[in-house]
Design a protein around this ligand. Structure first.
Ligand code: AMP
Ligand code: ZN
Length: 110
């Protein structure tokens, strides 16, 4: 989608620190990390949020990508987050899964 920063990252139109890629997804380091490890996993295809995601194969591919990323990074304790909608903290409207690790994370998150 035009003017979508994450589409541009997926299409390699703008540089990012890619940590993982497969047929359906890419993962890259968050520009403003909230933990020592903060990776974003995105579908290559544009979906504004989880609400628009209607492809079960891609749903499964996204969790597979999360597992491949943590395996690649050698981490076994981490938090995954999908912010959906402004009031939930979503600021980039291309679906993404946060992977956070490397410091104690409080629950509930607030
Ligand atoms: P969210 O608030 O859940 O929509 O998360 C968006 C995330 O994208 C934030 O953690 C930002 O720091 C991150 N972000 C925004 N632009 C970029 C970029 N160009 N490269 C990497 N991460 C980005
Ligand atoms: Zn996009």
């Amino acid at each position: 989608m035009e003017n979508c920063i994450f589409c541009k990252i997926a299409n390699k139109e703008i540089p990012s620190n890619l940590v993982y890629e497969d047929e359906y997804t890419v993962a890259f380091n968050d520009l403003s990390p909230q933990a020592p490890t903060h990776v974003l996993v995105i579908p290559k295809k544009h979906y504004a949020s989880l609400n628009e995601l209607d492809d079960e194969k891609l749903m499964s591919a996204l969790l597979t990508a999360v597992k491949n990323v943590v395996t690649k990074l050698g981490i076994t304790e981490y938090r995954t987050v999908i912010n959906t909608g402004e009031s939930a903290g979503q600021t980039v409207f291309h679906l993404h899964i946060h992977i956070l690790s490397g410091r104690p994370l409080k629950w509930p998150p607030g």
